[in-house]
Design a protein around this ligand. Structure first.
Ligand SMILES: C[S@@+](CC[C@H](N)C(=O)[O-])C[C@H]1O[C@@H](n2cnc3c(N)ncnc32)[C@H](O)[C@@H]1O
Length: 338
């Protein structure tokens, strides 16, 4: 019985894949492709065989379980070694250039000179894991939280898969934690998880997504569909160009995105959030780091409140027992469309 339900979900996932062929991370039968293209982490760029990956998974796991906060990690642990949280392995790099060097075909780090109103260089922040992403993934993956966040979808009674869309996903860790959690394999109608970032950064999320699919030895079940897409905040055309199947996600996610003092960037993030969270009862969930720019968090909250959202603030100390944090360090913002 369970097998046939899984087959039905896989079929439904393939339907979505047909609708959004350019964005979906296709299942791969072997580790050819993703791993070969991402290349090895560490000193050499040779192709890393699966057995090496398993070893680095174990080593990094031990590091994470000692202390979940990453502030004390060495440069190597933050920017060269993969990061592993709950069996999800994501590769990290020091910069767009370092990522580009590790891939044969990537365009990461290059600028398109014709794109003259893109006034920001590719920020390097997306190539390493930030603590907020682990916190967000663990929070949203909690059964009680997931039930609440997706209650609107269930009330609608649609048979479409549940969709999440992460803004500024970086390595993709938050989404991959949700996609590999218990709630993902139980979601009856299937689950589609989309990771977005600047086009130059999203290639890393895509490679990490592939590597974490069950088909490639990872923890994200076959029935969960992963997709990636370049979405620049504040760009209406990026949201409007999203395929219908993922245009209005049930849950929008974001970790450590209010780190800048640039008011324009915060306003752009709020605008994109407003475009994605369409209906009353839909929600965007952000894990915000209060150690960076608390004033930017307040600005973001006040913009959303004037734009028709109710913001529920969840103290970090209540987020997850395995990820203890103080309320001065982080908070979760559940931004509900009124
Ligand atoms: C501090 S990092 C957080 C990355 C990831 N969420 C995490 O917590 O590990 C901020 C992310 O926002 C992305 N970002 C910055 N400005 C952006 C913009 N204008 N449009 C889209 N993404 C942007 C960066 O590329 C980066 O991935």
């Amino acid at each position: 019985m369970a097998a046939s339900n899984d087959q039905r979900l896989e079929r439904r996932a393939r339907d979505v894949e047909r609708d959004v062929p350019d964005v979906v991370v296709a299942a791969r039968a072997s580790n050819e492709g993703s791993i070969a293209r991402v290349g090895a982490c560490g000193e050499s760029n040779r192709i890393q065989p699966k057995s090496d990956i398993v070893t680095s998974r174990r080593v990094a796991s031990r590091a994470m379980s000692r202390e979940w906060r990453r502030g004390r990690l060495s440069f190597k642990e933050k920017f060269i070694d993969p990061c592993v949280v709950d069996g999800v392995l994501v590769r990290q790099y020091a910069s767009a250039e370092a990522f580009a060097k590790s891939t044969a075909t990537s365009t990461a780090g290059r600028r398109d000179d014709d794109d003259d109103d893109d006034d920001d260089r590719v920020p390097g922040t997306g190539f390493t894991v930030w603590d907020a992403s682990a916190l967000l993934g663990k929070y949203v993956g909690r059964e009680d939280v997931w039930e609440r966040l997706t209650a609107g979808k269930r009330r609608d009674g649609t048979r479409a898969p549940t969709t999440t869309l992460e803004l500024g996903a970086g390595t993709g860790l938050a989404t991959l934690l949700v996609a590999s959690s218990e709630i993902a394999s139980r979601e009856e109608g299937g689950l589609v998880c989309v990771m977005t970032d600047l086009p130059e950064v999203v290639a890393l999320a895509r490679a990490n997504a592939r590597e974490n699919k069950e088909e490639n030895g990872g923890r994200v079940p076959r029935r969960v569909l992963l997709a990636t897409r370049g979405v620049r905040w504040g760009r209406e055309e990026d949201v409007e160009a999203l395929p219908e199947a993922i245009r209005w996600p049930d849950v929008v996610l974001g970790a450590d995105l209010m780190y800048t003092s640039d008011e324009g960037v915060i306003r752009a993030l709020a605008k994109t959030t407003g475009m994605l969270v369409r209906d009353s009862g839909r929600v965007a969930v952000f894990a915000a780091c209060r150690e960076h720019r608390p004033e930017s968090i307040e600005l973001f909250v006040s913009i959303l409140e004037t734009e028709g959202f109710t913001v529920r603030r969840v103290p970090a100390s209540t987020v997850h027992p395995d990820y203890p944090a103080s309320d001065d360090e982080f908070e979760i913002l559940e931004c509900w469309r009124r």
